[in-house]
Design a protein around this ligand. Sequence first.
Ligand code: ZN
Length: 219
Amino acid sequence: MNAIWISLKENIKCSSKIKDVAHKATVPKRSSSFDEDNDTTTNRFHELGKGEASRNVIEMIFRSSSSAKAKPRKIKRVLKVNNPADVVANFENYRRQVMMSSKQQHPRTVVDGNEVLQFYGTTMSCCCSRLRVSRLCSLAGCRVCRLIASGFDTYYNKIHGIRLSTKSNAMTEEVGAAAAHKAVIICRTIAAGVEYSVGDTILVPNPTALLPCFVILFH
Ligand SMILES: [Zn+2]
């Protein structure tokens, strides 16, 4: 599974430039008046259509990372996160800081800051009423949009810390409003500086240690 992820993240840099491994010609266009996908300065999401190669890989990662006891889940939508250049730069700067720290003893720390794939379980409200999800909404209760907009520096995370899991079925936040889809955010994570690691869960001290790459909506 990890080899698949490494291959995917090399092709999809999780930045604002859409360099997708999928065949875009297979994706039906929902908007004829304005091609929002090309407006990467404001569009933080690019929805991957059913059958797209990269969506199939993400679904495979999602399912293969589920714990054995978890109930089967039906994937509704998959969104690629378009991160602005400054967000990516902050992530890379954090990686360099960790790599240069003499206190870090993990052998992979000197290679890449011990970057790992982690899941953040939450919910998303705006997708319930939107045919097309491309921009961040302004709903106070839409957790995915508030997480992406704040760079994971939310009120909830200030209190509880940023908890991530290697298991895609672990819910970091409790499920709140009924009118929301369960969501998991796949994050590239610099794990060298984690505060603690218990079982499948880690607590990340710094929001810039995360780079959100995909949002999977399911029920
Ligand atoms: Zn939203």
